[in-house]
Design a protein around this ligand. Structure first.
Ligand code: PAF
Length: 272
């Protein structure tokens, strides 16, 4: 497995592999890899990629002031071992200063799908995501890139960026991976103590009840989550493609939740 920290070296290597006719898959991550990330690597493998490039970068530009950029969990050594075991062929560990050169001044802004949901609560977040992902696409020339459905809005925003900026690649969205309790896997779950971890399972239980029709309104879903002691940031039902808010929970919609369990902001969703 190759490792790179220099973006130029990574770009040269990917160009050469591409010229050699190899199919490249990109799996962008912020590290502290868990089963969810490993399922993205597995998905790239199953789709027949010759080279699977995993990027591990806690991207400062997508964190808002006061968020957890500094304390976001990091473990480079463990991430390397996990990538190797999962079948990645290259890992990219850049530093903030070699990703964002002095006086970096160009950003990518998606102006439709990123307006609501997390975009409304985390101003500038998707600008940071689109910018770093566009850079990663330019560095790796992937045939396809794999993202997780847990970050549903992110996946839709990136698909739109790919369409509108004519990136020549396919976006693959892999299913949410859950712990046995139903809690969606996230690097941020490490912030939860055992009691929080237990309380947080209300999110996936509520979404399952929305999906099977036993909870019929967003108000009831929000109430169930608050009753377990979480603070709801939003519970919304949107059109799964356009992310336009929908009045009724109907087939084809996506119901998304963001809620604070203590200080930890958790997100999850389901397609109805
Ligand atoms: O989903 C994430 O982990 C990040 O937003 C991503 C796509 C790696 C960009 O930094």
């Amino acid at each position: 497995m190759k490792t790179f920290s220099d973006p130029v070296k990574l770009q040269r290597w990917c160009s050469a592999r591409k010229l050699a006719g190899k199919r490249i898959a990109l799996v962008p991550t912020m590290g502290y890899l868990h089963e969810g990330h490993l399922s993205l690597i597995e998905c790239a493998r199953r789709r027949g990629a010759d080279e699977i490039v995993v990027s591990v970068f806690v991207n400062p530009v997508q964190f808002c002031p006061g968020e957890d950029y500094e304390k976001y969990p990091r473990d480079e050594k463990a991430d390397l071992a996990k990538c190797r075991a999962a079948g990645a062929t290259a890992v990219f560990f850049p530093t903030p200063t070699n990703m964002y050169l002095d006086r970096h001044s160009v950003y990518v802004v998606e102006e439709d799908l990123s307006k609501g949901l997390c975009g409304a609560r985390r101003p500038g977040h998707f600008r940071g995501v689109c910018t770093v992902v566009a850079k990663l696409f330019n560095l790796t020339h992937p045939d396809f890139a794999v993202f997780g459905q847990k970050d549903y809005q992110q996946a839709q925003v990136i698909k739109r960026m790919v369409r509108d900026l004519n990136f020549d690649l396919k976006i693959v969205v892999a299913p949410i991976v859950r712990e046995k309790t139903g809690l969606a896997r996230s690097s941020r779950n490490t912030y939860l103590d055992p009691a929080d971890r237990e309380r947080a399972t209300v999110i996936s239980r509520t979404l399952a009840a929305v999906k099977d029709g036993s909870i019929k309104t967003l108000a009831k879903a929000a109430k169930a989550i608050e009753k377990a002691g979480l603070k709801v940031d939003y519970v919304e039902c949107v059109d799964a493609e356009t992310l336009e808010p929908q009045r009724r929970i109907e087939k084809g919609c996506c119901v998304l939740v963001a809620a604070y369990c203590g200080k930890t902001r958790l997100i999850d969703n389901c397609i109805v």
